[in-house]
Design a protein around this ligand. Structure first.
Ligand code: ADP
Length: 231
């Protein structure tokens, strides 16, 4: 079943830069897709359009039945509920504990305390941080902080997890650990789309790889590798 459909999309920024054009992409529920390409090729623009941080000036973006390109600002929350987002910089709340950083994302839905506790501990267990619930972000390593971010991103059971360079600030071993966590989340049914520059990761994971060059999707490998892309 199709989860994301992008058809004939074009994105022009106010300064006239055409960041994406003639862009078509279909992603099925449960897929793991790497987005690769040189700096400035349009990866972040694609990612931003998926969570409706940017709007295309032409074309269609449908995610789980929601027409993202046409979504009104006051309805964006309906889309965001279906998504989790993980960035390169961790953006945890420094004054909250690990537990609170994750629970914070749930409490907006007014769950009861017991349910919150159960779900938060479940995701912290999944990312291997159950034993650090009372620590503060600055007491954690970079890899651990990113695990908390991932836990926070999936605590509401999103259908889609969007990752923009999630290992960009991490060393190779820590990056692979993060990838194992993401793979496990994917194996549990969450669709993942991840923009990255990391050749080793892409080559080791053997997932679908799409290549963007100067705003255009130029290649789509089913079990991809970096090959000789310029990226
Ligand atoms: P990547 O993530 O692959 O590095 P981006 O999507 O960030 O690429 O950028 C694609 C192109 O759009 C680049 O030429 C970049 O300079 C331009 N761009 C990105 N964001 C903006 C913006 N907010 N305003 C104007 N131009 C932008």
């Amino acid at each position: 079943m199709e989860l994301i459909r992008i058809a004939d999309v074009q994105k022009t920024y106010k300064n006239g830069v055409v960041a994406l054009y003639d862009f078509d992409l279909s992603i099925k529920k449960g897929e793991f897709v790497f987005v690769i390409g040189a700096s400035g090729s349009g990866k972040s623009t694609l990612i931003k359009m998926l969570y409706r941080e940017e709007k295309p000036d032409k074309g269609e973006i449908i995610i789980g039945g929601i027409n993202v390109a046409k979504l009104k600002n006051r309805k964006v929350y309906i889309l965001r509920r279906k998504l989790g987002v993980v960035f390169q910089d961790f953006k945890l709340l420094p004054k909250l504990t690990v537990y609170e950083n994750v629970a914070f994302a749930l409490e907006v839905f007014a769950w009861d305390k017991k349910e919150i506790y159960k779900r938060v501990m479940q995701v912290l267990d999944l990312v291997g941080l159950k034993h650090k619930v009372r620590q503060y972000p600055d007491q954690l390593s970079g890899g651990e902080q990113q695990r908390v971010v991932i836990a926070r991103a999936i605590v509401n059971k999103p259908k889609l997890l969007i990752c923009d360079e999630p290992t960009g600030n991490l060393d190779p071993d820590t990056s692979m650990e993060i990838m194992k966590v993401l793979e496990e989340i994917n194996n549990m049914g969450t669709t993942i789309i991840m923009a990255t520059h990391d050749r080793d990761i892409v080559n080791k994971m053997k997932k679908r790889v799409i290549v963007i060059e100067e705003g255009k999707l130029v290649k789509d490998y089913e079990k991809g590798q970096y090959y000789n892309e310029r990226a």
